[in-house]
Write a protein of this length. Structure first.
Length: 225
C-alpha cells in the first residue's frame, strides 16, 4: 500500500552564527492509510519542524517528501499549495477558527476554496460536525463554543476536503485533562472512520498509547516504538 506520507533521508539545519544548527538528519518515516502515528519527543527535538516539512510548509535541507507516492520536494509553490489544500489536513494546538463565521461555515469554507459546490460543502460539513457530536452547535460562532467544541470544529475542518494525510500538532494541548480525553477519542475515531493516514505530535502519552504506533524523535533520528 502506498504510504500517505513518506520521508526519505530528510535532514533539516539552520544557519546559526558562523555555523549551522542541525535539527535532524537522515530521517526516514512512513505513514500508511488508516494508520495513526504518534510523534513524541522532548521540547526542542524538532517535532514542529518535522510536521512543517511533512505538510509542505517548509523545505528540507536534504532528502525527499512524498505524499501518496508523489515526490513533492522539487514542486513549485503553486503545486505544493494545491497538494496542501486537497491532500493534507492540519490541526493545531489553537483552533484558528474564523471568528465571524459559524461552526458550519468554518467547515464549509475550505471546501468552497477547493472548488466544491455550496450544497455539497454544506452536506459534508454538517455530516462531520454531527459525527463530532456538535449537531446542536452548527450555527454557533467560535466565541459561543467551549474550548473542546472549538477544537472539534477545527478537526472537522481539517477533514473537510477528504485529505489523504492529517497532521496534528499538540491537538489537545490547550485543553483540561477531561476535555482533552474526550477530544482525543473523537479525533482518533474520526481518523479511523475516514481511513486516512495521520501523524500526531503530542506530549500526551495517554493519547499516544491509543494510536497505531509511536515514533520518537531523539537526537535528530526517528526511533520506532
Amino acid at each position: 500500500m502506498t504510504p500517505a506520507l513518506e520521508l526519505r533521508a530528510v535532514a533539516r539545519s539552520y544557519a546559526e552564527g558562523k555555523g549551522r544548527l542541525e535539527v535532524f538528519r537522515e530521517l526516514n518515516l512512513a505513514v500508511r492509510p488508516g494508520e495513526i502515528v504518534a510523534l513524541v519527543g522532548q521540547s526542542g527535538s524538532g517535532k514542529s519542524s518535522l510536521l512543517h516539512i511533512a505538510g509542505l510548509l517548509e523545505a528540507p535541507t536534504a532528502g525527499e517528501v512524498l505524499i501518496a507516492g508523489q515526490n513533492c520536494t522539487t514542486l513549485d509553490d503553486r503545486a505544493r499549495t494545491r497538494i496542501r489544500r486537497i491532500g493534507i489536513g492540519f490541526v493545531y494546538q489553537f483552533h484558528h477558527l474564523l471568528p465571524e463565521f459559524s461552526a458550519l461555515e468554518n467547515v464549509m469554507i475550505p471546501q468552497l476554496i477547493a472548488g466544491a459546490g455550496r450544497e455539497a460543502a454544506m452536506k459534508r460539513a454538517r455530516d462531520l460536525l454531527v459525527r463530532m457530536g456538535l449537531e446542536a452547535r452548527l450555527e454557533h460562532r467560535p466565541a459561543e463554543l467551549s474550548g473542546g467544541e472549538q477544537q472539534r470544529v477545527a478537526i472537522a475542518r481539517a477533514l473537510a476536503n477528504r485529505p489523504l494525510l492529517l497532521l496534528a500538532d499538540e491537538p489537545t494541548g490547550n485543553l483540561d485533562p477531561e476535555t482533552a480525553a474526550h477530544v482525543q477519542d473523537e479525533l482518533l475515531r474520526l481518523i479511523a472512520e475516514e481511513g486516512l493516514g495521520a501523524l500526531v505530535a503530542t506530549h500526551n502519552l495517554d493519547l499516544a498509547k491509543g494510536m497505531s504506533r509511536t515514533a520518537r524523535l531523539e537526537r535528530g533520528h526517528i526511533i520506532e516504538e
